[in-house]
Design a protein around this ligand. Structure first.
Ligand code: PEP
Ligand code: MN
Length: 370
């Protein structure tokens, strides 16, 4: 059960305290409060777990501080979309709004290699009006002898260059809680010139201790990538781990599934699931066409598969696109062959815009018809 307080009844008000006292007095019940800052207002939600069957919904709703009570199914209590749910979706981070209506492209390096390439790509992103990017500093690799990322060593120049070129959010994978500490210390030392969205990769989606740790902090939002070989339910439960610990600023990323049928693509593109995630949960949805398609090959129409896959996700309502982009792909230390080039970047961004316009027109048509 979720008890939503009136916007003017925060927990420190008389009405807010009375609601908490009422719930705490019931046996077998544990109330946990969360404050959610949406557009223009902060909402306090109290998640009630335990023996909720015996609670009187009407009585709770009649308490002066309560706006609404939502009975939720056991699954995806926090991230899920439940009947009668009026909870706000999305969040603003470092001045950038992420919600089920927004769209942002995060084009950038799969793995940071050197300051010159970071600067060239940041400059190109700024020239094309972009405020977000992706940057791999900690790389989880299948082969232990492969390049593992420059780690802490590259953070100062990555953050300073991001600030210099107006990049506000960097999606950066972390594989251990110590990486969070390194990012936090480095951003603080540089005067927070940019922001970081912590990325949990497909290989770590069931690293529950990592999820709990990232869920217990609220400074950084989390981009959670779908597990490539587990069920959707299992992947969404991983998102619920983050949210149940207190961090509801989670974006769910589709990145393709490992099957024996995906060849010649790197993974089986799963962007048909964009509307499914948006129906089942309140999380914004990201697509990663680079790691699902894995090639810049194009079709007989001249359009690269990675553009086609992006269009499939954006036309279905994706809210974020994570895409590899490298100014000199031959110098890339990881995934150079799938990275968009300098020449392709503007064409790609225009294609995303064109597809997005079509998606918005499609919504209008369906809304007018209903
Ligand atoms: C990545 O985005 O760099 C990455 C390794 O992705 P995934 O976890 O989806 O394989
Ligand atoms: Mn990669």
């Amino acid at each position: 059960m979720i008890v939503i307080l009136h916007p003017d009844s925060a927990l420190d008000t008389i009405e807010g305290k009375a609601v908490m006292e009422y719930l705490s007095a019931r046996s077998g019940i544990t109330p946990h409060s969360h404050s959610i800052t949406g557009t223009g207002r902060t909402l306090t939600e109290i998640y009630v777990v335990g023996n909720v069957a015996g609670l009187d919904q009407a009585e709770i709703e009649s308490l002066p501080g309560v706006e609404k009570v939502v009975r939720v199914s056991r699954e995806y209590r926090v991230i899920g979309r439940h009947t009668g749910d009026v909870r706000a979706s999305g969040f603003t981070y470092n001045g950038v709004r992420f919600d089920p209506q927004s769209l942002h492209v995060f084009a950038g390096l799969c793995a940071v290699d050197n300051p010159a390439n970071v600067e060239t790509m940041m400059q190109a992103l700024q020239d094309h009006g972009q405020v977000c990017t992706r940057m791999g500093a900690y790389k989880p690799r299948t082969n232990p002898y492969s390049f593992q990322g420059h780690g802490l060593e590259c953070l100062p120049y990555v953050f300073e260059l991001a600030g210099k070129y107006g990049i506000r959010v960097i999606a950066m994978e972390v594989t251990h809680e110590k990486h969070l500490e390194e990012i936090e210390n480095c951003l603080e030392a540089c005067g927070r010139p940019t922001g970081v969205m912590l990325q949990v990769g497909t290989r770590n989606i069931q690293n529950f201790e990592l999820l709990k740790n990232l869920g217990r902090q609220n400074t950084y939002p989390v981009l959670l990538k779908r597990g490539f070989g587990i069920s959707l339910t299992e992947s969404l439960n991983a998102a619920e781990y983050l949210a149940s610990e207190g961090n509801t600023r989670v974006i769910f990323c589709l990145r393709g599934m490992k099957t024996s049928f995906n060849t010649p693509h790197r993974n089986m593109v799963d962007f048909g699931h964009v509307p499914v995630i948006k129906r089942m949960t309140r999380m914004p949805v990201c697509i990663d066409p680079s790691h699902s398609v894995g090639t810049l090959e194009h079709s007989s129409d001249g359009i690269p598969d990675v553009f086609h896959a992006t269009a499939q996700g954006v036309i279905a309502g994706a809210n974020m696109v994570l895409v590899d982009f490298h100014p000199r792909p031959a110098e890339a230390l990881v995934d150079g062959p799938q990275a968009l080039t300098m020449e392709e970047l503007p064409i790609y961004l225009e294609d995303v815009e064109l597809t997005r316009e079509t998606y918005l027109k499609r919504i209008q048509r369906f809304q007018a018809a209903s």
